[in-house]
Design a protein around this ligand. Structure first.
Ligand code: NAD
Length: 483
């Protein structure tokens, strides 16, 4: 084991699963974007490790085509893509075979004096063997970094086992667990808005905030991921990882410093203070749903080719955080497939002015809202009331202030996250204890719905989700409509 060196003097990048779907759609394009911006070390070597039997030259030609396909035309250059693919070597090996590690060692012999990045874009069942294999030939030394993909476990026990397997051979400071939502511009902007503007941070508490809504909605169904999805559902696919990460960033206490561990300490603390949803309160705090045929689209069961399933394709929650800052403020979270729109947004609903002296044309004036969109657009809006200049009487209407700047091509999540791995900066990566606490909380939720014997409520394709979810929102004007 060895500590990570925080520099960009990386010797080589080894991509396990280098011929897979994630590598082709996201990882090579993101490496390419870092390459053209000069953020990769000069003479960086990328080793693609997979079972694919292909010579390096043919593999490079294939990756060139993938770049043409997945990089935006404004950033794609024939010449630069050719230069980039020349950095790639393809190494065919089966990581389950013992001789794999000496073969890999031979390839990496000239690079091992500098930090090597190992990106594990393979199924999690291989994580432990890869860590062990690398260590068997001392390739975990000299500032080596290990990047791991989701899913990281399927419950607390499995996540803890995975963490133990990795930490036998790598220090926590060497492990970068990916949650690509943390690479989104808007999500990082939450930290910027909160911790560099006193007007927000001074109002960031239950005294001023009525509720928070976090939504990740998709119009897509499960597609060809039916087998994986049916074992996991929306709770394990989206809630335990992405949504709990968003929640912890929105609600955490200010860290004592803007450093990876100070920030992650606060996120863990926040997740620990998230109230457990026990069987006794389950019915008032959680609604699960499953899409059924409608609007010309097949239902979930047809999509997965089964007669029955208790898997949720939608989940909505009313969650409470038991600390002084948030006592009494509900956090409404929902995520689902085949909903009326595709969007990711966080809405901070501030409390109304009290007493309300001035009204709007339609009656009450609107509450202030801070709206953070993180997909597909990355916009941030603040709604505030101003005098309605069209009215004879003294009335107000809401103005929408755009707080984000549309600045050309924003960095893609994987592009940004990879740049941080090259820098050795762990701020945007999930720590071992964070992932375990999030699983513990979710495990309790699963126990609660099992104890209740509750089944997912049906909802029509392209709807707002099951009607039962409306009962969760007990203050304000209900769920924001998904459009
Ligand atoms: P994939 O099936 O397309 O690719 C798997 C890769 O692993 C291939 O390159 C294959 O050759 C390699 N591989 C498999 N067994 C091997 C062995 N014994 N020795 C050497 N190489 C071996 O998978 P994917 O969609 O690219 O996903 C990879 C991982 O990332 C999975 O764990 C998946 O859950 C996760 N993930 C994928 C996506 C995505 O959008 N595809 C998103 C998030 C997370």
């Amino acid at each position: 084991k060895a500590n990570v060196m925080t520099n960009s003097d990386v010797g080589a990048f080894v991509l396990f699963g280098g011929s897979g779907d994630l590598a082709k759609r996201k990882l090579y394009p993101s490496l390419y974007l870092n390459f053209i911006k000069g953020l990769l070390p000069d003479d960086c070597k990328i080793f693609s490790v997979s079972r694919l039997s292909e010579q390096t030259q043919a593999f490079q030609a294939d990756i060139f085509l993938q770049l043409e396909r997945y990089v935006s035309p404004s950033q794609f250059s024939d010449e630069k893509a050719k230069a980039f693919v020349k950095c790639i070597r393809h190494v065919q090996l089966d990581i389950t075979q013992v001789d794999a590690w000496t073969t890999l060692e031979t390839h990496l012999e000239n690079f091992r004096q500098s930090p090597i990045i190992y990106y594990l874009s393979v199924a999690p069942r291989f994580f432990g063997d890869i860590a062990k294999g690398l260590s068997s030939v001392s390739l975990n030394q000299n500032g080596a970094r290990l990047v791991v993909e989701k899913p990281f476990g399927h419950d607390f026990e499995s996540a803890r086992t995975l963490n133990r397997e990795l930490r036998l051979f790598f220090d926590e400071q060497q492990i970068f667990r990916i949650d690509h939502y943390l690479g989104k511009e808007s999500i990082q902007n939450i930290l910027a808005l909160r911790f560099s503007n006193n007007i927000f941070e001074s109002q960031w508490h239950a005294g001023a905030i009525e509720s928070v809504q976090i939504t990740v909605a998709e119009t897509l169904g499960v597609g060809d991921r039916g087998d994986y999805y049916d074992n996991n559902g929306a709770s394990k696919d989206m809630l335990q990882n992405h949504m709990m990460q968003l929640l912890s960033i929105v609600a955490m206490e200010p860290p004592f410093a803007f450093s990876p561990d100070a920030i992650r300490d606060e996120k863990v603390k926040l997740l620990r203070s998230l109230r457990l949803i026990t069987p006794e309160v389950y019915a008032d705090h959680c609604v699960r749903g499953q899409y059924v045929a409608g609007s010309g689209e097949r239902g979930y069961l047809d999509d997965i080719g089964r007669d029955s399933s208790d898997c949720e394709t939608y989940i909505a929650l009313k969650a409470y955080i038991d600390n002084r800052r948030w006592a009494g403020t509900p956090f409404y979270l929902r995520t689902g497939k085949r909903l009326a729109g595709s969007l990711g947004e966080i809405i901070i609903n501030f409390k109304p002015s009290n007493p309300e002296l001035i009204r709007s044309k339609s009656g009450q004036c609107s509450n202030n809202q801070l709206v953070i969109n993180f997909q597909p657009d990355q916009d941030i809006f603040l709604f505030i009331n101003k005098k309605d200049n069209q009215s004879e009487m003294f009335l107000v209407d809401a103005a929408r202030l755009q707080l984000s700047t549309k600045s050309g091509d924003l960095k893609l999540p994987y592009e940004r996250l990879l740049a941080h791995v090259f820098e050795g900066d762990q701020t945007l990566f999930v720590r071992d204890d964070e992932i375990e606490v999030a699983w513990q909380w979710l495990d309790q939720l699963v126990v609660s719905w099992s104890a209740e014997g509750s089944r997912p409520h049906p909802y029509d394709c392209f709807s707002q989700g099951p009607e039962q979810a409306n009962q969760l929102v007990t203050n304000g004007s209900g769920w924001e409509r998904i459009k």
